[in-house]
Design a protein around this ligand. Structure first.
Ligand code: BGP
Length: 479
């Protein structure tokens, strides 16, 4: 492992910050994504949020109110020993409609306070510029990333935050899980579809705009301060063939490429051959400006960040059961157990994924999400014995250390997701908890918002203290 390896934790404004009407913040997509049965159709862009029943519950509006609790939360992160903290800015807190000429000073000030608080504990901020987040005005007026105009709005936002924070924030991530545009297009990229619209074409058009925006953000960052490190971010998890049938193996390669496509462009600087052929074969006409090729080629990312929750499995035969998982469902892998939400648990798959990505790109990786969503029980004396979470983290961290120490994968740091409980992106629930810090709030939005340390809090503190070396004695995983 690197000597300067960064241990920390990760959250995002849309699921944690709340304060949706504070200090002039404008409406964002998260404010109109409800809890309950309408959530999935809204996130997919096939149900218009404007048709939702009155009185719908929008859990992101308050979330866990990091907005008013940030000092307390950062003090807890510091107590755990965090060396970095990954979080996102809310775009509409800084540009409420996305179109203002100048940024909202109160919004910038809030993030300055958060950053200064982190730095006062020697915690490095790692900022995601856009984590399932876009001002609602840009959705309404331009159709979000469907429209090239949004690239300019994004760059204006980048200009404001890079120039304000470049001497305090080194690591930036342009888009969280950029491949989410293919799976949950409204949540991932603010896309809504009209009846009869060519959905796939719109998704790839929006993706192209995001890819160009990401490359231009890299260029801008380098102009403002060459020390800045800019990364892309993939919802990762390698795809296994269900069997050694060559058809299954080929299918798994194809599925991997659907995700790699984005990183291939961001890290290598051009559309790969298989993507060009896919667009051609499916008659998808993506409009590109003549200078786009050059922009993509000249402004590749410095590092590749990723989330890993599970591996995936695919078969061409359809004889297997389905299984859940982050981003999309796949075939059930008979060798793996699953979380309470049906996501496979596969630490060896983490090592495989890290190796796959490093072999493919040869750029430093940053693991900015990993973790187990589980129901926690607060005992009468207030204690939370979350040993299932510890088991998950222990085996995954161990696999990551092996990837570094035995396979030579270069990893900048590790920030487990939802280090403090927050709203689940896929379900809108609070009960799907990832944290080492418990937040007293339920799925209906009731609770005191009090913070409480879980068993995993002390366990992770110890991992950081020993730079993960204690785990090598604690366990042995064969792979
Ligand atoms: C990733 C997202 C996060 C986070 C995580 C866990 O896809 O980047 O925002 O939510 O998954 O997923 P969930 O909250 O659905 O359990």
């Amino acid at each position: 492992m690197r000597k300067d390896f960064l241990w920390g934790g990760a959250t995002a404004a849309n699921q944690c910050e709340g304060g949706w009407q504070e200090d002039g913040r404008g409406m964002a997509i998260v404010d109109v994504i409800p809890h309950g049965p309408n959530r999935l159709p809204v996130m997919k862009g096939i149900m218009d949020y404007r048709t939702l029943p009155r009185g719908s519950n929008y859990p992101g509006r308050e979330a866990i109110s990091f907005y008013s609790h940030y000092k307390e939360d950062i003090a807890l992160f510091a107590e755990m020993g965090f060396q970095c903290y990954r979080f996102s800015f809310s775009w509409s807190r800084i540009f409420p409609t996305g179109e203002e000429e100048t940024p909202n000073e109160a919004g910038l000030k809030f993030y300055e306070n958060v950053i200064d608080e982190l730095l006062s504990y020697n915690i490095q901020p790692v900022v995601t510029i856009c984590h399932f987040d876009i001002p609602l005005n840009l959705v309404e007026k331009y159709g979000s990333w469907k429209n090239r105009k949004v690239i300019d709005c994004y760059l204006k936002y980048c200009q404001a935050i890079f120039s304000r924070f470049h001497d305090k924030v080194r690591y930036w991530i342009t888009f969280n899980e950029i491949n989410m545009v293919m799976h949950l297009p409204f949540m991932g990229a603010g896309l809504r579809f009209e009846v009869g619209e060519n959905i796939l074409e719109t998704q790839y058009q929006a993706a192209h705009h995001e890819l160009v925006a990401s490359a231009l953000a890299v260029r801008l960052a380098r102009q403002i301060d060459p020390k800045l490190q800019i990364g892309c971010m993939l919802a990762a998890g390698s795809v296994y063939p269900y069997s050694c049938r060559p058809e299954d193996v080929w299918e798994s390669r194809k599925m991997d490429r659907e995700n790699y496509f984005f990183i291939d462009v961001q890290a290598r600087g051009e559309y790969p051959g298989y993507a060009k052929k896919f667009l051609e074969r499916n008659h998808l006409n993506i409009s590109m400006d003549p200078e786009d090729e050059k922009i993509l080629k000249e402004n590749t990312v410095d590092f590749i960040s990723l989330s890993y929750y599970n591996s995936r499995t695919v078969s061409t035969q359809g004889e297997e059961e389905a299984s859940g998982g982050n981003v999309f469902a796949s075939a059930k892998n008979p060798y793996l157990t699953c979380s309470e939400w049906g996501w496979p648990i596969d630490p060896a798959g983490f090592r495989i994924t890290l190796n796959d990505l490093y072999d493919r790109y040869q750029k430093p990786l940053f693991v900015v999400e990993n973790g187990l969503g589980a129901v926690d029980t607060v005992e009468e004396n207030g204690w939370i014995e979350d040993d299932y979470r510890i088991d998950y983290l222990r085996t995954h961290i161990h696999a990551m250390i092996k990837a570094c120490d035995e396979d030579g994968v270069d990893i900048i740091g590790y920030t487990p997701w939802g280090c403090i409980d927050l709203v689940s992106a896929s379900t809108g629930e609070m009960s799907k908890r990832y944290g080492m810090i418990h937040v007293d709030k339920d799925d209906l939005g009731k609770g005191t918002l009090n913070r409480r340390r879980k068993h995993s809090f002390y366990w992770y503190q110890n991992v950081i203290r020993h730079n993960g070396e204690n785990l090598l004695c604690e366990m042995s995983v064969n792979l």
